[in-house]
Design a binder for this molecule. Structure first.
Ligand code: UDP
Ligand code: MG
Length: 320
């Protein structure tokens, strides 16, 4: 590679972040001025309805290192990040939330690891200030998922990470429609370093995640890797069939020895309801996979862009 400064792209998904953006831009530029890099900031407006787009137009107009894409509607954080990654041109890309919950100062540490030859740097937050119950649920979830389903998800890892060009191109070559990017980042491999940071509580605007969304996201994490849940369903099925068989033998034996005298409505009802529920869950799992196949087969784009502004700063150089 010719002798030039490292090019860093910052990818920032924004959904209704009007209030946080000016502060974010100020903080980040301040921090990046200290790093020995050429940088661009790629904001992706994920179909905001609060005038985020106007703010971004302003930022792109005032700072030539800022550009933005605006998606035609709200496609979700995953899609917004993907849009930014596809458009980013740097040797390395840092993905970061717009709400300053990801401390910009960590970029220096990430760059240090990248310069030392690491392809991916993941920031993992402590869960301070997140609520006991939620923290516990997260701990159990990650334990279970990693044990049972043979995936390696990191508790507390966020979208805040650096990814080098080689790994990024690998990531972008995965074209699946249902993207669970935390999993994909792990799946592609390459050298990865984890750095820890203290959780920061959001100061302005509101979180776009409610309990339901988090639950869905957790389910996505389980479903989007492999067919282990289907396997699990088979084992659970076998387990209960076994129990039922044992019970049947016992009941027959009991009837022969003691005669037929067994109302046993409760047992019966429990078994019916329990097994019915179990079957519903199994069917749901199968249906979930089928649904995924359905979506994949449509081959729809992950996002649609309505407006883009700001010039990619290295374009001119590349064309020479
Ligand atoms: N975000 C997005 N699209 C969405 C939801 C969120 O682009 O549909 C962005 C949001 O603007 C923020 C980041 O994703 O920059 C993380 O969202 P948020 O802070 O609400 O999540 P939390 O930090 O509470 O997990
Ligand atoms: Mg946040």
């Amino acid at each position: 590679m010719e002798d030039r400064r490292l090019r860093l792209s910052l990818v920032v998904p924004c959904y209704n972040e009007r209030e946080t953006l000016p502060g974010f831009h100020r903080e980040v530029t301040k921090e990046l001025a200290l790093a020995d890099v050429d940088y661009e900031i790629v904001f992706v407006d994920d179909g905001s309805s609060d005038g985020t787009r106007e703010i971004l137009r302003g930022l792109a107009g005032a700072d030539r290192r800022v550009r933005f894409l605006s998606l035609s509607r709200n496609f979700g954080q995953e899609a917004a990040i993907l849009a930014g990654l596809k458009s980013a041109a740097g040797d390395a890309v840092v993905i970061m939330d717009a709400d300053l919950q990801h401390p910009p100062a960590l970029i220096h540490t990430m760059l240090k690891h990248f310069r030392a030859g690491c392809d991916q740097v993941v920031a993992r937050r402590t869960r301070t200030g997140e609520g006991r119950l939620y923290t516990l649920a997260a701990r159990v979830y990650y334990k279970l998922v990693n044990r049972l389903l043979d995936v390696r998800l990191l508790n507390g890892a966020s979208e805040f990470r650096l990814i080098g060009r080689t790994a990024l191109d690998a990531l972008l070559s995965l074209e699946e429609y249902s993207r669970f990017s935390r999993g994909l980042f792990t799946w592609i491999g390459f050298d990865q370093v984890v750095i820890d940071y203290e959780n920061v509580v959001r100061t302005s605007g509101a979180s776009k995640w409610n309990l339901r969304k988090r639950f869905d996201y957790g389910l996505d994490g389980i479903m989007s890797f492999n067919n282990k849940p289907l396997r699990l369903a088979i084992y659970i099925g076998l387990f209960f069939t076994g129990i039922a068989a044992l019970y049947m033998f016992w009941a027959i034996g009991d009837a022969i020895v003691n005669g037929v005298d067994s109302p046993g409505y409760t047992t019966l009802l429990t078994a019916i309801v329990g097994l019915g529920g179990m079957q519903m869950i199994m069917l749901g799992i199968i249906g979930e996979y089928l649904g995924r196949v359905y979506y994949e087969s449509k081959r729809r784009p992950h996002f649609l862009v309505r407006e883009a502004d700001g010039e990619q700063p290295w374009e001119a150089e590349r064309q020479r």
